[in-house]
Write a protein that binds this ligand. Structure first.
Ligand SMILES: Cc1cc2nc3c(=O)[nH]c(=O)nc-3n(C[C@H](O)[C@H](O)[C@H](O)COP(=O)(O)OP(=O)(O)OC[C@H]3O[C@@H](n4cnc5c(N)ncnc54)[C@H](O)[C@@H]3O)c2cc1C
Ligand SMILES: C[S@@+](CC[C@H](N)C(=O)[O-])C[C@H]1O[C@@H](n2cnc3c(N)ncnc32)[C@H](O)[C@@H]1O
Length: 654
């Protein structure tokens, strides 16, 4: 992706070099927005259609239409209402151009500042920027492709008003095509409206074929007419019945979360911010004492040859958590991760992956040995003959502090530590959770399992295929006289500087072990193995301590994020799945009522647990999902069940 190349007219108005067209009517962008888009969609009259009003826009450009709409919304909507604004942009504006253009729009200064601070990197896909009352989903890339990846939970209200603001159809035909309008219809609410400045007959024809009724009304300034209209018949999205993603029928006001590690704390953070009362249950005396209790961990993208769901999930997770952490300087997260390369072939492969994923250089760049030596702070004490991938925005952070930060805001949150959940049941519309003495420890409308492998101890989730993998980290003194390590180094193991003198090295990887004891030889072996990169480690002092904990994996190494299947009913329903019926043959899979999970975050939970929490929040509250549709399917908790059914491997229940 690249930033828009803009020519500036003498009157200060911007013109796109690529599309050879003006961004607004010369009679004024604000006035044009008010006439064409606000009046064209009967705004602000319609804000009160629900607690949140949802607008979609083709062409974000300078954001003037967005900021003008936010201003109008704040001036006229009922207190407490929310605005969701979805917009697409193929060539975002650079921060310099944004500042230059908006210099005269003093009224939007605080919002512009927030927008610029949260401005996404030039990475295609979904980016969300939130204010207290407004959320902006900015989808970067070609709208025609990107829109296909978007999805609402079934039952959610879709877009209520579309602002069609491409450049003139003759100069920018891509934004006025029928297939794109069909996608708009797919994402629209019932009675959705649209408006646009153009009266092009082909645009009108395309809108009509996509199911919109279009009418001519008075245009803005010198334009005699413009088009406005509405969707005649909504087109519900078609979902895979075995991987349902549906929002609850009634609004969820309370949730009980089992597990006080990263998954539980991040979910509590997102849900309380969405107005849901949360009771978080943790069996230890404090939160983040088990897997999330490591002294430090890394956040970095995972570079695959293709942007498959795993790679996209990791990338989106890293983007989300780094942005979040950047707002919390007191966490003292440190940036800079270098992944040391082991061969020329590996270097070429990674170079190719960076190119395919089109990552900006501050997200991933290949560096030579001398660059890596300088950047790491170790100089020639670091040997990196094939160089390294420099994730300069990658982070090292304390998971414990991150968990504490997630729970720092106490409103709508109750944390019950030293409390172990033994079982739960659904009674009269709510989940009740009991301890080993059969005492009720919590009740709420919804239930979220975030207790890693222990989720399999509950009857309703005992079939989840979760595997535990032991990992040992070793603590050591930094060798003397080799300079201060300024970045984390990643090879077979990772070397994480916690302070000038204290390094942690980790981690081992042992499946099916339940051994909690620290093994001295393992720590020594890790130190020895890393000495191929930092030879002084060979003769340095033995590790002084360490920590053992257990990652939880699913068989395909993707987390489980979403509604929990009602296993017996689900199996019955899809019993003949192996016979190869088309999936339209089945009705929607049976799920437990109002019960979700965020599990199996493997070795990447620092990043993935926050985005998982946002996926759950979207599902509970009816927001647009923050990740691509195919990523959602790859995260679905019922996917293993359906794979078993596909192979006819489910035993018959009597
Ligand atoms: C050695 C090692 C190194 C790692 N390094 C990194 C890294 O560099 N970067 C990264 O992103 N990730 C890393 N990870 C992974 C990361 O730590 C995990 O993905 C993350 O901590 C998982 O969080 P969780 O909340 O799912 O699980 P946990 O932190 O284990 O939390 C689950 C919680 O549930 C509680 N619980 C369980 N059952 C019950 C019950 N019945 N009632 C009440 N409470 C219950 C437990 O006490 C626990 O606190 C590493 C993991 C290991 C093991
Ligand atoms: C007329 S401008 C929109 C102005 C904008 N509403 C504002 O407030 O500044 C049209 C925008 O559509 C974008 N655009 C054009 N083709 C696109 C495509 N295929 N996908 C996404 N955005 C596109 C352009 O880059 C440009 O920013």
């Amino acid at each position: 992706m690249k930033y828009a190349d803009i020519d500036w007219l003498a009157n200060g108005n911007p013109v796109s070099k690529r599309f050879q067209d003006v961004y607004f009517s010369q009679a004024g962008g604000i006035e044009e927005t008010q006439h064409v888009f606000h009046q064209g969609n009967d705004l602000p009259l319609r804000w009160s259609e629900g607690p949140e009003f949802k607008i979609g826009e083709l062409g974000f450009g300078s954001g003037l239409s967005f900021f003008t709409t936010v201003k109008k919304f704040r001036e006229t909507a009922k207190p407490g209402s929310r605005l969701h604004y979805l917009s697409f942009e193929i060539e975002p504006w650079s921060v310099d151009d944004l500042k230059r253009f908006h210099a005269n729009h003093g009224w939007l200064d605080p919002d512009l500042k927030h927008f610029i601070q949260n401005f996404p990197p030039l990475i295609e896909g979904i980016h969300v920027i939130r204010w207290n009352d407004v959320s902006l989903t900015l989808v970067l890339g070609d709208a025609r492709e990107q829109i296909k990846t978007l999805r609402w939970p079934a039952g959610a209200v879709g877009i209520q008003a579309w602002f069609l603001h491409g450049f003139a159809p003759g100069k920018n035909p891509e934004l006025w095509e029928r297939p794109l309008f069909e996608e708009l219809a797919r994402l629209s609410a019932e009675h959705c409206t649209f408006s646009t400045f153009t009266v092009s007959s082909s645009v009108r024809g395309n809108l009509e074929s996509a199911g919109f009724e279009a009418n001519l009304v008075a245009g803005f300034s010198r334009k005699r007419e413009m088009l406005r209209g509405k969707l005649l018949k909504s087109r519900p999205d078609s979902y895979h019945p075995a991987l349902p993603r549906r929002m609850p029928k009634a609004p969820i006001r309370s949730a009980v979360i089992i597990g006080g590690g990263l998954a539980g704390c991040a979910t509590a953070y997102e849900l309380t911010r969405a107005g849901i009362h949360v009771t978080l249950i943790e069996r230890n005396a404090k939160i983040a004492q088990e897997t999330s209790g490591n002294p430090a961990g890394l956040v970095m993208p995972f570079l695959a040859q293709e942007p498959d769901p795993k790679c996209l999930w990791a990338l989106r997770s890293v983007l989300a958590v780094t942005k979040q952490i950047s707002q919390w300087p007191d966490l003292r997260a440190k940036s800079g991760v270098l992944e040391l390369l082991t061969s020329e072939a590996e270097r070429d492969r990674i170079q190719e992956a960076i190119k395919r994923l089109d990552l900006p250089s501050n997200w991933a760049a290949i560096r030579s040995e001398s660059e890596v030596q300088t950047r790491s702070g170790l100089g020639e004490s670091l040997k990196a003959p094939f160089g390294a991938v420099d994730f300069s925005l990658g982070l090292r952070v304390s998971p414990v502090q991150l968990c504490e930060k997630y729970l720092a805001e106490k409103s709508r949150l109750e944390v019950k530590t030293s409390t172990e959940a033994l079982r739960f049941e659904f009674n009269a519309g709510e989940w009740q959770v009991f301890d080993s003495k059969n005492q009720k420890i919590a009740n709420a409308q919804s239930l979220i399992l975030a207790n890693s492998t222990d989720a399999t101890a509950f009857a309703q989730s005992s079939e989840l295929p979760l595997v535990s993998v032991r990992g040992q980290m070793a603590q050591m003194h930094a060798p003397e006289n080799i300079g201060e390590l300024r970045c984390a180094l990643v090879a077979e193991h990772s070397l994480i500087p916690l302070s000038e003198n204290e390094w942690w090295i980790g981690a081992t990887y042992e499946r099916l072990s339940t051994d909690h004891a620290l093994r001295e030889t393992e720590s020594l072996n890790m130190k020895e193995s890393f000495s191929q990169w930092v030879p002084s480690l060979h003769s340095s002092q033995a590790p002084t301590g360490g920590r053992v904990s257990f990652r939880t994996y699913s068989p395909d190494a993707m987390p489980l994020v979403g509604a929990l299947p009602n296993t017996p009913l689900f199996n019955e329903q899809f019993r003949d799945w192996h016979k190869g019926h088309p999936w339209t043959h089945y009705t929607e899979g049976n799920m437990l009522p109002q019960a979700w999970c965020s599990l199996a975050h493997g070795s990447r939970g620092i990043a993935t647990t926050l985005l998982a929490a946002r996926v759950l929040k979207a599902e509970l509250t009816g927001e647009l999902y923050p990740v691509e549709s195919r990523v959602l399917d790859a995260l679905h908790p019922a996917r293993f069940q359906i794979r078993k059914l596909q192979k006819n491997q489910i035993e018959k229940t009597t």
